[in-house]
Design a protein around this ligand. Structure first.
Ligand code: SF4
Length: 206
C-alpha cells in the first residue's frame, strides 16, 4: 500500500480514495503513460491509520523534499483531521526545517466536514491548490458530478475566499483542455475576485 511517494522532488501523501465528485478528467479513470498516477498501488486496499501514515513519513528523509503534498487518488479533506494531526506531528519534530505543506483539493472541505475548517488550516498549510474547473455551476456539475449538485460550485468558491484569510498561498486551477481563451480569462477574473491566483494546467491525456 503506497501512503507516501516521491514525485518531481516533492513528497506526496495518499490518505484516502474517497471523493464526492466523479470528474470526467479524473486520472482515476485511466492510465497516463509515464505518470505517477498510473500506479495501481495508489488504490488503497484500506485507508491507512494516522499512525501508519506518520510511520511512512518518518521512514523518509522528510526535510529533503521541496514540498509535502496531500493529494492521492481521492479528496484528501475527507481525512482532514488526520491530515492536520500529521502536519502537527511533523512540525513538532522538524519545526522550520519541514518543507512547505500543500493540499490539492476540490474545495469541498467545508461540505465534507460539515463545518468551516478554514481557520484550522492557519499555521499548518502553506498552499491550497483548489480545482476551479468551470466558470459556472451548471458546467461544473456536468464536468465534476459532485453529489451535492450545483451547491458544490458556490461552496468551492466560498472555501477559496475564506481560506485566503488563513493560508498564505491559495491557487485555483483549471485544465486547459476544452477551455476557450474567453473562459480562461473569466476563470482569471473569478480567482482575482476571490483574492486568489489562477493556474492553468495542461491536460494529461488518459
Ligand atoms: S475531485 Fe479529484 S479525485 Fe475527485 S473525481 Fe475529481 S479529479 Fe478525481
Amino acid at each position: 500500500m503506497t501512503i507516501t511517494y516521491e514525485y518531481e522532488g516533492a513528497l506526496y501523501v495518499n490518505l484516502t480514495n474517497k471523493c464526492n465528485c466523479n470528474c470526467e478528467f479524473c486520472l482515476r479513470h485511466g492510465k497516463a503513460e509515464g505518470s505517477i498516477y498510473t500506479e495501481d498501488s495508489l488504490w488503497l486496499e484500506r485507508e491507512p491509520t494516522r499512525d501508519e501514515a506518520l510511520a511512512s513519513f518518518l521512514g523518509r528523509d522528510v526535510c529533503s523534499y521541496r514540498e509535502i503534498v496531500f493529494c492521492g487518488y481521492g479528496e484528501p479533506t475527507y481525512r482532514l483531521d488526520d491530515l492536520l494531526w500529521l502536519v502537527d506531528e511533523l512540525k513538532a519534530r522538524f519545526a522550520d526545517k519541514l518543507p512547505p505543506v500543500r493540499i490539492n483539493t476540490n474545495g469541498h472541505a467545508n461540505l465534507i466536514n460539515g463545518r468551516s475548517v478554514c481557520p484550522e488550516l492557519e499555521g499548518r498549510i502553506d498552499t491550497l491548490s483548489i480545482s476551479l474547473n468551470s466558470t459556472n455551476a451548471a458546467d461544473y456539475v456536468a464536468l465534476c458530478h459532485p453529489v451535492q449538485g450545483e451547491a458544490a460550485y458556490q461552496a468551492m468558491l466560498d472555501f477559496a475566499r475564506e481560506s485566503a484569510k488563513y493560508v498564505p498561498n491559495v491557487v485555483m486551477t483549471i485544465v486547459d483542455k476544452d477551455k476557450t481563451a474567453e473562459e480562461i480569462d473569466l476563470c482569471r477574473r473569478i480567482a482575482a475576485d476571490l483574492g486568489v491566483t489562477l493556474r492553468v494546467r495542461s491536460f494529461i491525456d488518459s
